[in-house]
Design a protein around this ligand. Structure first.
Ligand code: FE2
Length: 596
């Protein structure tokens, strides 16, 4: 059975599942070059089908995620919003609505941000900007037309169901362990927190669903109050938090602690704010920015830890899975896995809305493949995170040869010992090789790589290409054989996707200080197994032979504010517009003048 999963909301994406195997998954932001792109994912669908060698006519079923998507966000794509636009949203839309008894029209407030070309659905089916029922009908009719499928072959799945099923189905121990799945996010289909139980591969059962799990909502509004984008920059608040301390953060912490509380498998309030922006804006006024970050992070860690603890106590299941946008808080994940009652923690790659397409496709596969009471081993959707397109070396060479702007650059065949020597000499490389990785983390194939030993490598890369905020850390790729040398992982958790944080060992602080959080020295490693990515493993091994260090600094291959590179042209363009010394493009090493 050929199933195509589609997410049209925030972080739109497509996924192709053929006979239970995940063949391809791509976020629409990569090919469109628009970060967090929403809307029908034309390009991602086209690329997924091409990767599977599947035509539109061969698709058996289409699985959509999320029942309720407000039309206004299709007309006004918020991925183009500036920080000031998000503040305007609060001041000119939410404030009059919540505090002044007015009913402002979103599309009037943001008429300067309207992009009618992005609205591809039949507007005659939609009553107003919040008409999710009409919008769903318009979406279904669009899919019927686009795929040439009858309505009964197109299904729509609840947002949190997609989150939970994705995480469950890609878990490596699903068939021999009971798993307890927690999904937490901004919100989807009226739910922002859910708890699920899966018994040794049998279909996942929902234990609790709530619309009061406002951890993600509070965190994103605090991010906006700190002057950063509410959706994209929550990780910056997390990175800032370790610089705070109780002296400057305790008052902020108390502001958060007096509101949202864990209540069994759900949540309740001690003091219920009328909203989650102005309430905190008023109470945090005059407090230091780093203290606010410290306070919200501490409270987030407490809430998630207590919530998970209640789930473990209720089920007796200590094998925990976390997913949804909130699960991208790797520091809170660390507090969760350190709990004595948590035996294991798994956080899948791309746990935000980009994986909803996979979750929807998995749900349909399971519905058709499983017999009640039996396991669902027929559906084995993820054996690799490298689910995007790749390019043949001959094709790459042709594209290199017809690219202008490379005058003076040298092009030679990649030799791993030479690459290792360049890295050891302090050169910084962009690596574009093999299939693109799924999710927001670069896992070697679309990565910028550097020697992780010098502290000043962070500044070098920032000046060269990333322009990251000064407090933000870089991450590492660590040979699986060396992981215990560098990070403290007493529960032997899977750290393959940069979704978990660990304390570092003294050896880790010696060998990869440039790839640790500069203040608390924690690491969010990408542990590289040889079988998972042989070419990348061989490159790090060559560096280890050259230097004795079994790790590289690894950050995503993109310019500040742009999505990760997707094509050879993107990689070449980024190389030319940045201070990168070299570009590894398939089997070719391109070096700037004076760098070879
Ligand atoms: Fe979500």
């Amino acid at each position: 059975m050929i199933i195509l999963g589609v997410n049209e909301g925030h972080n739109a994406s497509a996924a192709l599942l053929v006979d239970g195997k995940l063949i391809a998954a791509i976020s629409e932001d990569r090919p469109t070059r628009q970060t967090t792109r929403s809307g029908f994912p034309f390009k991602a669908i086209e690329e997924c089908l091409a990767l599977g060698g599947i035509t539109l006519a061969e698709i058996d079923r289409v699985a959509l995620s999320t029942l309720h998507l407000p039309p206004k966000y299709f007309w006004i794509p918020r991925e183009s919003f500036s920080i000031r636009d998000f503040w305007r949203e609060q001041n000119e839309f939410w404030k009059p609505r919540l505090f002044e008894g007015k009913r402002p029209v979103y599309m009037d407030v943001f008429k300067d941000r309207m992009d009618p070309s992005r609205f591809i659905y039949d507007p005659s089916l939609i009553k107003d900007e919040d008409d999710c029922v009409g919008m769903l009908e318009a979406r279904l009719r669009h899919h019927e037309r686009f795929f040439g499928l009858p309505r009964e072959r197109i299904s729509v799945h609840d947002h949190h169901t997609c989150h939970a099923w994705y995480a469950y189905m890609v878990h490596p121990r699903r068939l021999d362990q009971d798993l307890l799945v927690f999904a937490a996010d901004g919100a989807g289909d009226g739910v922002n927190g859910s708890v699920w139980h899966g018994v040794r591969g049998q279909p996942l059962q929902a234990l609790h669903r709530t619309n009061q799990c406002n951890i993600g909502r509070i965190y994103r509004y605090v991010t906006l109050l700190l002057g950063m984008k509410q959706f994209e920059h929550a990780f910056k608040t997390m990175g800032l938090a370790p610089y705070g301390n109780p002296k400057y953060g305790q008052l902020a912490y108390e502001v958060f602690a007096e509101t949202l509380q864990v209540d069994g498998l759900g949540f309740s309030y001690r003091i219920k704010p009328k909203d989650h922006f102005f309430h905190f804006k008023e109470r945090l006024e005059g407090l230091r920015f780093d203290g606010i970050a410290w306070g919200i992070q501490k409270r987030t860690e407490e809430l998630l830890s207590e919530w998970v603890g209640n789930g473990v106590a209720a089920t007796g299941c200590g094998n925990v899975v976390m997913t949804g946008g909130v699960a991208m808080n790797i520091k809170a994940n660390k507090v969760v896995w350190e709990r004595p009652d948590v035996h294991s923690l798994f956080v899948p790659p791309g746990s935000g809305d980009e994986s909803l397409s996979i979750g929807a496709a998995c749900k349909v596969a399971v519905d058709f493949a499983s017999v009640p009471g039996e396991t669902i081993s027929e559906c084995l959707p993820m054996t690799s995170v490298y689910l995007g397109p790749s390019f043949h070396d001959d094709e790459i060479r042709k594209r290199l040869d017809r690219t202008s702007g490379l005058d003076g650059c040298t092009i030679e065949t990649v030799q791993l010992p030479r690459i290792a020597q360049l890295l050891a000499a302090g050169h910084v490389l962009g690596r574009f090789s093999g299939r693109a990785e799924f999710g927001q983390r670069a896992l070697g194939n679309r990565s910028i790589l550097a020697d992780p030993r010098p502290r000043e490598v962070v500044r070098t890369i920032n000046e060269m290409i990333k322009q990251r905020d000064f407090w933000m850390p870089f991450a590492s790729s660590v040979l699986a054989e060396r992981k215990d040398d560098y990070v403290i992982n007493p529960k032997n958790l899977q750290g393959d996707y940069m979704t978990l944080a660990f304390d570092s060992t003294p050896e880790g602080q010696r060998d990869m200080i440039g790839a640790l959080h500069p203040y608390d020295k924690t690491s969010r490693p990408h542990v590289v197994e040889r079988d998972a990515n042989p070419g990348y493993h061989a490159l790090i091994s060559a560096f280890a032979r050259e230097t004795g260090v079994g790790a590289l600094l690894n950050t995503s291959f993109n310019l500040h504010g742009e999505p990760i590179v997707h094509t050879p042209e993107d990689a070449i363009s980024t190389f030319l517009r940045s201070g990168l010394d070299h570009l590894l493009l398939g089997e070719w090493l391109v070096s700037k003048p004076g760098k070879s």
